[in-house]
Write a protein that binds this ligand. Structure first.
Ligand code: MN
Length: 270
């Protein structure tokens, strides 16, 4: 098949984890030459590519999410989801028909309190939050086109091929069905691409029932040192089921710069 024609817009600004820092993002966009026009930040000749993790940590995740969504919907940006979006979706997607349960699921992570408060502040409240959640679930796990490859966690040809073969493009019901099935090919591929993790499988299940250890990439192997039992779909794990010293989401050293072969970063699922 001949190469696909490149998109009209050939220049990109690749913007990493915003993590709720909406004001810093606005300053960055202004510095890069974007201007607010007709409800969204736009650049006359370039497109912004957000590499996921818009939410959590920073002071204003709601505004960060709304800003990026406005850019995507106006054609001045695209995004892929990061592990923080994946975690929120995994916590709350089964509760989308029950607002109270949705709030409870969203509140499982303390950082998401600010996300909820932000939507209340702008007057759209819970309905706005849930509507943005639904939109987030449709954002891609990866971008793969001539001249541009973007993921949040780790570009892995095998994992990308698996996602394509199984038509897993985002965190919609189809994608989440695969993701919730621990150890399925789809789960492992999403975990690799979005969270940057890979798994070491045991010959026999461990005494706690788990079949693998989960490692996050942090630059060049064998530096990867963030180890957790493979419990992501089930989320919470009782301390007694986890061996001493095994912590989920252990903080890692600062990630190395991304590989020149692909945009994105390789960090622990922090
Ligand atoms: Mn991340």
């Amino acid at each position: 098949m001949p190469p696909q024609p490149a998109r009209a817009c050939q220049q990109f600004d690749i913007i990493g984890d915003v993590h709720g820092h909406a004001s810093l993002l606005e300053a960055l966009l202004a510095k890069l030459g974007y201007q607010q026009q007709r409800g969204a930040w736009r650049h006359p000749s370039r497109e912004a590519i957000f590499v996921g993790d818009l939410i959590d940590k920073g002071p204003d995740p709601a505004r960060a999410l709304m800003l990026v969504r406005a850019m995507v919907e106006n054609g001045s940006a695209r995004m892929v989801v990061g592990n923080h979006e994946l975690n929120w979706v995994n916590d709350a997607f089964l509760e989308q028909n029950d607002p109270q349960a949705f709030v409870a699921a969203t509140r499982l992570h303390h950082d998401r309190m600010r996300l909820m408060e932000g939507f209340i502040d702008v007057g759209t409240g819970l309905a706005g939050l849930m509507e943005h959640f639904a939109w987030l679930r449709l954002q891609p796990l990866f971008i793969d086109e001539p001249g541009l490859r973007v993921v949040h966690g780790s570009w892995d040809d095998e994992a990308i091929a698996c996602l394509k073969a199984q038509h897993i493009t985002c965190l919609d019901d189809h994608g989440m069905r695969h993701y919730r099935e621990t150890y399925s090919k789809g789960y492992l591929a999403i975990d690799r691409v979005v969270a940057g993790c890979e798994h070491d499988f045991f010959d026999q299940p461990a005494p706690n029932g788990f079949r693998s250890r989960r490692h996050a990439w942090c630059g060049r192997r064998p530096q990867c040192s963030c180890t957790s039992w493979c419990d992501l779909p089930r989320r919470r794990i009782s301390p007694s089921a986890s061996p001493a010293g095994c912590r989920r989401h252990r903080r890692l050293p600062a990630p190395r710069p991304p590989s020149p072969r692909s945009a994105g970063h390789r960090t622990a699922p922090q």
